[in-house]
Ligand binder design. Structure first.
Ligand code: AMP
Length: 223
């Protein structure tokens, strides 16, 4: 299979997690969702987790150097040598620059950036109904993507919970952070000719179809 180095970009709640999970089933590349990695670190009580928790609870971004180190370790480990899917990273221009320079050092380059966009109103509606599984972070929505049994993960049977940072006042702050710090990446990647946009307000199955078609085209081009 061709090497595909992919980024899923978009505001919180636009469906990156759902689409990332599906993409990971199709492609056998590691899937790095920095929010999941940080939540696991908080749960385990590691140094990174302790440093990240207060930022995450407020809906602020954790400092660039913390998150850049986490991704750099994974890219250097060899496990992502044939490709990767990044979700939630980069989230600032310095993070994107650090990723570019790390990939250049490794003699590699990004294949594409998939922007899953949605407007603020849609995002607030989605995040307020979002439920996440305790065990692995599988994502549901009480209205749009409910589990078969209320409050229980279809995949691993663990309990579903509402993230603290999905509370309305924290969601508003996360959106401000997105517009201020992450949205400039749209232009950053557009200028590099890497940006592909899908409408995150569409039905999740339609979004998956569009992403699958895009990834097949990229595979043919890269292959
Ligand atoms: P997410 O699950 O992607 O919404 O991420 C949850 C929280 O983790 C964010 O609100 C940030 O506090 C933190 N986080 C995740 N990824 C990053 C990143 N690339 N840079 C800074 N903070 C991050």
């Amino acid at each position: 299979m061709a090497e595909l180095n992919l980024i899923l970009l978009g505001p919180p709640g636009s469906g990156k997690g759902t689409q990332g999970e599906r993409l990971q089933e199709d492609l056998e590349f590691p899937y790095y969702a920095t929010g999941d990695i940080l939540r696991a670190a908080v749960k385990e009580g590691t140094e990174v987790g302790k440093a990240a928790k207060e930022y995450m609870d407020r809906g602020d971004l954790v400092p660039d150097e913390v998150i850049i180190g986490i991704i750099a370790d994974r890219l250097e480990s060899g496990e992502a040598d044939h490709g990767f899917i990044l979700d939630g990273f980069p989230r600032t221009v310095p993070q994107a620059e650090a990723l570019d320079s790390k990939l250049t050092d490794l003699g590699r380059a990004l294949t594409a950036v998939i922007l899953i966009d949605a407007d603020d109103e849609e995002i607030v509606r989605r995040l307020s109904g979002r439920r996440v599984c305790q065990e692995k972070g599988h994502v549901y929505h009480v209205e749009f993507n409910p589990p078969a049994e209320d409050g229980v993960c279809d995949v691993d049977g663990s309990e579903l919970y509402t993230r603290d940072d999905d509370k309305p006042e924290v969601v508003r702050h996360r959106l401000e952070q997105y517009h201020e710090k992450t949205a400039p990446l749209v232009d950053y990647y557009k200028k590099q000719g890497l940006l592909n946009q899908v409408d995150g307000a569409d039905d999740p199955d339609r979004v998956s179809e569009k992403i699958r078609t895009l990834v097949s085209t990229l595979s043919l081009e890269e292959g």
